[in-house]
Design a protein around this ligand. Structure first.
Ligand SMILES: [Zn+2]
Length: 271
């Protein structure tokens, strides 16, 4: 059994603020990346106990150089650094049996801890084939393109509900409960790690019930930017379509190409 793990930081227990915890110049960034490494290690440990023979972890936050490799559970290998063509899903192939998301957060607009969708500065909403999606859905579709089911999503209670609404079979591990977008009731690290390890074993032990999620082709990503200037910049992408002053769409025959269009539009939006 081969297991792919995508690990973000905003959904890690104890992490609630962007300025001091999730950016490298923040006062508590060092602590946050240590906590992130601890939670991903719990998923690795659970996967190994469930029988995984190969585990690949993809660092999926910001510069994608957050996870401390010197503290990584040696049962896994680590994809670190950026940019990467598949971004938060770099490394996924059809050879994997399951994908797990650790440290994930709710989509923009939800009262989930540090909720955003890819870019907090420019993205208001994303839909795929008219289904509202956050990073959980967008990345589940990439796994789906390769025929891989997402079996577990770890993070706060809000991302757990978002994941369940889209992927009814999915297991969740809740490590914190949002109070506001920048506050939460959090499990202490040992308890968060136990929760994730147990959920990983449970999810991989019931792999037979997991379902691949892949929107039908042709695939259309629709993106509402925060302002019209950003949408105007993004409209420079060939084959993008203007819906209104802040909203564009991009359609392709396959999910991966549509995702590349989404990424390109978000990249152009800030320039
Ligand atoms: Zn992140």
């Amino acid at each position: 059994m081969k297991v792919f793990i995508s690990c973000d930081i905003e959904g890690i227990s104890g992490v609630v603020t962007a300025a001091s915890q999730t950016s490298p110049d923040g006062r508590d960034y060092g602590r946050a990346r240590d906590l992130m490494t601890g939670e991903v290690n719990a998923a690795i440990s659970g996967a190994a106990k469930a029988g995984a023979t190969e585990i690949v972890v993809n660092d999926s936050h910001g510069s994608m150089t957050n996870i401390l490799i010197e503290k990584l559970n040696p049962a896994a290998s680590l994809i670190t650094g950026s940019p990467k063509p598949l971004s938060m899903m770099q490394g996924i192939t059809g050879e994997f049996d399951a994908a797990i998301f650790v440290g994930y957060h709710a989509k923009m607009g939800e009262v989930g801890v540090l909720s955003h969708t890819i870019s907090g500065a420019s993205v208001a909403n994303v839909w795929v084939n008219d289904i509202p999606v956050g990073e959980t859905g967008i990345n589940a579709g990439i796994a789906g393109h390769f025929g891989v089911p997402v079996v577990l999503v770890c993070g706060d209670d809000v991302v757990g509900k978002e994941a369940k609404a889209l992927l009814p079979h999915v297991h969740t591990a809740t490590v914190k409960w949002a109070v506001t977008r920048t506050s939460a009731r959090c499990l202490p690290p040992p308890k968060a790690r136990d929760t994730i390890e147990e959920a990983t074993i449970r999810a991989l032990s019931s792999l037979g019930e997991a379902k691949v999620w892949l929107p039908e082709s042709p695939v259309t990503f629709k993106i509402e930017f925060k302002d019209a200037g950003q949408a105007g910049n993004a409209a420079r992408l060939p084959y993008s379509k203007v819906i209104d002053g802040r909203t564009l769409s991009f359609t392709a025959d396959d999910y991966l190409t549509a995702f590349m269009g989404l990424r390109a539009m978000i990249g152009l939006a800030g320039r």
